[in-house]
Design a protein around this ligand. Structure first.
Ligand SMILES: Cc1cc2nc3c(=O)[nH]c(=O)nc-3n(C[C@H](O)[C@H](O)[C@H](O)COP(=O)(O)OP(=O)(O)OC[C@H]3O[C@@H](n4cnc5c(N)ncnc54)[C@H](O)[C@@H]3O)c2cc1C
Length: 428
């Protein structure tokens, strides 16, 4: 183990399985840029890559190493559409906007797969997603969702799974029924980060790690970012810090709240061919969602436990193992070789946050657990915006995302209470 992220707990199986993680220097001193980007996850890296390849002078800094936030440590599941089901968005926003948001997410899926293919980045894409229910009472909703997607939203890749099919595709009798999505899949998230950093560097982006933004402000029409290694002066800036924003910028911090989520990787399941024989990824109906999948080399990667406070759990793997055993009792003795966590940025309505927080300073994040494809695409869209093109980012800017209640002092406490209540409901 060579590097431990200072902002996210545990050493991930993803990091253990990349051949090489390119390192980038600390910013050597103050500099001028056309565009400055703070935060080197998918959002910031994609923005840097796309701006640099079109000839823009772009500087990207990260307080840690690229991918140390959520982008290098997530569940790797693409999903389909936005975090909210399309028919839920339809109720809130009307038919046309819901369709456009759905189409945007499909464009995001195509964009990420196309990017990886164009640059021959092996992101270990594996097809298929199963969304399964732990409550019998949700059957009507699941059936209606398949119908709505097929008949109204033009997405023909879903089918309802009865209990028998669900049990055989999961290799577990824990769930009642589910939905199979053959139009999506899952990836090795850190391999995407590494490929992305290489492409951004090759395109000419100025990339700096372990360079923290301390303050961002407007001075004389320019953006001035004070960092731990000098000042960046730029015409415009992107804040791509998502759940790790801290107190750098108050508008983002008021609208994007961190929830910590944890994942464990088991040893290779050589003796359990019944577990996910089709290689799909899975997410369940719990509010504190459990998400799991098999890696290409046959391990179970299982995510579940969430935490709403800043404390790290003492033993991540023990908790993950308990959740694995509830679903797969036959894996009671399986070794959990790696356990790690990261912060997911959520918003009140579980829709992405995109706002000009000051003139020329845009903040994007809050993908609410759905950012693997959306964060990549939003980074690309930000580059288009900065280059003066019309983009689908306007769809996100139009969303009404309220701040979390409670102000800076009580926000975390209120969220803790609300989420603990929902977590309790999962058990009822
Ligand atoms: C455990 C876990 C599981 C997840 N599973 C899934 C999943 O299966 N599917 C899915 O779609 N989504 C999932 N997500 C969410 C997804 O990973 C994120 O939405 C996405 O990676 C966000 O990318 P980002 O670039 O916006 O932010 P991040 O990748 O979090 O990057 C933010 C960066 O900003 C940097 N930063 C912060 N403050 C400063 C500062 N002051 N100066 C400089 N740099 C700074 C941080 O160091 C960090 O690198 C998961 C997230 C977690 C944590």
């Amino acid at each position: 183990m060579s590097w431990q992220s200072p902002i996210s707990p545990g050493y991930s199986w993803y990091e253990a399985t990349i051949p090489e993680r390119p390192a980038f220097p600390v910013m050597p001193g103050s500099r001028r840029a056309d565009v400055a980007i703070i935060g080197g996850g998918y959002t910031g890296l994609q923005a840097a890559y796309n701006l640099a390849r079109s000839g823009t002078d772009v500087t990207l800094i990260d307080s840690c190493r690229f991918g140390d936030g959520a982008s290098g440590r997530n569940g790797g599941q693409f999903g389909t559409g936005q975090r909210l089901w399309a028919e839920e968005a339809e109720e809130m926003l009307g038919r046309e906007r819901a369709q456009r948001l759905f189409d945007m997410a499909e464009n995001a899926k195509r964009y990420v797969l196309g990017f990886a293919e164009e640059h021959a980045i092996d992101i270990e894409f594996m097809p298929g997603q199963l969304s399964v229910s732990h409550k019998k009472s949700l059957e009507r909703d699941y059936r209606d969702h398949v119908e709505a997607m097929t008949e109204r939203f033009g997405y023909p890749h879903l089918s309802f799974m009865d209990r028998e099919e669900t049990v055989s595709r999961l290799g577990s009798s824990h769930y009642h029924f589910g939905i199979r999505d053959v139009g999506t899949g899952h990836i090795h998230p850190m391999k995407l980060v590494v490929g992305l950093t290489r492409q951004a560097a090759r395109a000419g982006a100025n990339l700096y790690e372990q360079t923290k933004a301390l303050r961002i402000e407007k001075k004389g029409g320019l953006v001035v970012i004070e960092t731990t290694s000098g000042t960046i002066t730029a015409d415009r800036a992107l804040i791509a810090c998502n759940a790790y924003i801290g107190n750098l910028e108050p508008v983002t911090a008021a609208h994007v709240m961190p929830i910590r989520s944890f994942i464990g990787a088991t040893s290779v399941l050589a003796d359990h061919p019944e577990v996910l024989p089709g290689g799909e990824s899975v997410d369940d109906s719990r509010f504190v969602v459990r998400y799991f999948r098999k890696s290409k080399d046959g391990r179970l990667l299982f995510g579940g436990r969430e935490a709403y406070t800043a404390d790290n759990p003492r033993d991540i793997s023990a908790h993950i193992r308990r959740q694995i055993c509830e679903i797969y009792p036959a894996l009671a003795d399986i070794e959990v070789t790696h356990a790690w966590g990261g912060s997911v940025g959520i918003t009140m309505p579980r829709q992405p946050f995109c706002r000009d927080v000051m003139p020329g300073i845009t903040s994007i994040g809050g993908y609410s657990g759905h950012g693997v494809m959306l964060a990549n695409y939003c980074g690309k869209l930000y580059a288009d915006l900065a280059l003066g093109k019309a983009t689908e980012l306007d769809l996100l800017k139009e969303l009404k995302i309220p701040a979390f209640p409670g102000g800076t002092r009580f926000r975390s406490a209120l969220l803790f209470l609300a989420l603990t209540w929902y977590a309790l409901r999962d058990r009822m």
